[in-house]
Ligand binder design. Sequence first.
Ligand SMILES: Cc1cc2nc3c(=O)[nH]c(=O)nc-3n(C[C@H](O)[C@H](O)[C@H](O)COP(=O)(O)OP(=O)(O)OC[C@H]3O[C@@H](n4cnc5c(N)ncnc54)[C@H](O)[C@@H]3O)c2cc1C
Length: 553
Amino acid sequence: MTTTVGLDRDTLEMMLSSLDEFVAETLPDQRRLDLDHEDVCPEDTVREMCSEELGVQLVFVPEEYGGLGGGAFDSYRVCERLARADIGVATSVFATFLGSDPILVGATDEQRKEWLGRIAEQGIIFAYGATEPEAGSDLGAMTTTAHPVETDGEVTAYRINGRKQWISNGSIADVYSILALAPNGPSWFVVEKGTPGFSAAPPEDKHGIRLSNTAALFLDDVVVPAENLVGREEGRGLVQAQQVFGYTRVMVGAFGLGGGWEALDRAIAYSENRIQGGAPLSTKQGYTHKLIVPHAVRLEAARAFLEETATRIDAGEGGGGALNTEGAIAKLFATESGNAAAEAAIQAHGGYGYTRPYLVEKIKRDVRITTIYEGTSEILEMTIARDRWQQHLKTSGAYYRDAARGLAGVPDECAGPTAALAVECLAAVLEACRTGRLTRNQHVLLRLGELVTWAECAGALARRAAAAAAGTLPDKADKRFRPTALAAVSRVFAREAAHKVAEEGLRWVAGASSGADLAAALPLDRVRAAQSGLLADMNQVADALYRREATSS
Ligand SMILES: Cc1cc2nc3c(=O)[nH]c(=O)nc-3n(C[C@H](O)[C@H](O)[C@H](O)COP(=O)(O)OP(=O)(O)OC[C@H]3O[C@@H](n4cnc5c(N)ncnc54)[C@H](O)[C@@H]3O)c2cc1C
């Protein structure tokens, strides 16, 4: 299948390989370890990435403003590749994209030409200033204000006062998007570095992404011209921020995916050479099936959902925040899976993993941020659960019953029926929560968000495996696994998803009520029967990861 939106495949591949070459030359392992140790953001490297030669930022800028006009699919591939190199540097590059987002979705054409044009032509660095010391997940609690300054009865400027917290590129950006409360509500303002009254605190001393600059911002009577109010209309700030969540969360999801795979690939390579018990660790099933295979499988489930969502955004579905729930699912699953994979990669390296030179310890610290910024995992669970709960109620349960039927057409070998089983179990859990009025417990609601995520990712992976088998994957899709191996990946994941949705659904429903009705409604026998063949499929996935014949013990 050929994707028409964004870059053509050759241009994308060229961009990815130029990025690889640049990273190999500019950010070798030792330099990254040194920068991490010294807690230094390589600003020169970030600027070089956005220079005329490499021009990574051009992927995010529409063609009419001098960019390459990449789509969501292109951005996901670039973000994953950037994250494989270094999530701190990736964050710095991404902050320009995030900072210019309010402009992309809400600015006047004149403002877009000015600011997006400067990003494309001059490679200026942006920062995105939303979070405040007392307003993180709940931006409604923000207190930074923007008071209109009038000249002859006309608003000619705004005076901004307040403080921003944890801002990526905080002390290195050239231009900042600042969210502030204007008389008619939260609004975005563009503030240039060096504006009187505007300053940044020293960089934060962070757990990870130490190659990324993060700093608090102080705004003391900062006066900006009225032309710097994004869209020239007050009160649109939160809408403008939410409009791009589907898209931006796919990108941060790609960071989780990139970080997780980078750690896992290092563990795979290590285990091929590390001899214990007379043979390489890669031949030990108790090692691979605990520390490698389940993580590879979950990362590929995350990829399937990311690619499906990016494809839908590129097909025009994402406008006005329409795919915010999908963006939340993609980010939640990819970042939690990336974090878990990096943790397992430390264990897979034994004592060496606990020391710095093997880099997995750094990757683990870096990837940790992805479950916090751009919406914490708990906030995403809430977003997902609320939306799908409404769908369940509105359709009297048909939402997931139909989704399960939709998977019936996906072949057995790609796990269509098992993914359908996970979705069917989800419908039963949601219904038990409705009859028992259990979502009054916030914890139950958020657990539903997690179960929704697993079931929907199982569906996406089964569809992706079927597309791979039929040769209809998007031409820009990642092709790491051959179709037969991807089918095995899908079968392993669908079994886990069905088991998790049924057993954990039962647990929380029982925990909040008697749970008796749900046990009768759930097809538990089928869920257990579906586990048959699991070990053989895990063997097959291990063989694919280690490039062996499918005859492992
Ligand atoms: C390195 C780094 C870079 C960042 N870069 C930027 C940036 O460039 N621009 C920017 O604007 N921000 C940035 N942030 C801020 C980031 O987006 C916030 O930290 C994040 O949104 C969480 O907000 P908070 O830290 O205030 O945590 P809180 O919102 O206080 O949350 C604390 C905990 O409570 C949970 N929680 C919150 N609300 C609820 C609820 N209603 N119910 C249940 N649980 C809840 C959260 O999930 C979390 O576990 C960055 C942060 C870091 C650490």
